[in-house]
Design a protein around this ligand. Structure first.
Ligand code: SF4
Length: 75
C-alpha cells in the first residue's frame, strides 16, 4: 500500500498542495501542510510534483491490518 507523506522540516507553507489536492492536504496550526488523507490520488501526485521544496513524497508501506484468526475446536 502506498501513502502520501509531508516532511514538515522542508515545508514552507506555500499552500500549493492544499490548493491542488484539498482532499489530501490541509494546514496545521503552524501554517504548514499536513496530510489528512493518505490515499495516493491523481491530485495528490500533482501536488507532489508541484511542491517547490519537494516536501511531499509517497511511500510504500506494509499493510499492518491484523486480523486474529482463532481456531475453534470441537469440545
Ligand atoms: S506545496 Fe510543499 S511547501 Fe507548499 S504547503 Fe505543500 S508541502 Fe508545503
Amino acid at each position: 500500500m502506498e501513502i502520501v507523506k509531508v516532511d514538515n522540516a522542508k515545508c514552507i507553507g506555500c499552500g500549493a498542495c492544499v490548493a491542488i489536492a484539498p482532499e489530501t492536504f490541509d494546514f496545521d496550526d503552524d501554517g504548514l501542510s499536513k496530510v489528512i488523507n493518505e490515499e495516493v490520488t491523481e491530485s495528490a501526485k500533482s501536488a507532489c510534483e508541484s511542491c517547490p521544496v519537494e516536501a511531499i513524497s509517497t511511500e510504500e508501506v506494509i499493510d499492518t491490518t491484523y486480523t486474529e484468526v482463532t481456531e475453534e475446536k470441537a469440545a
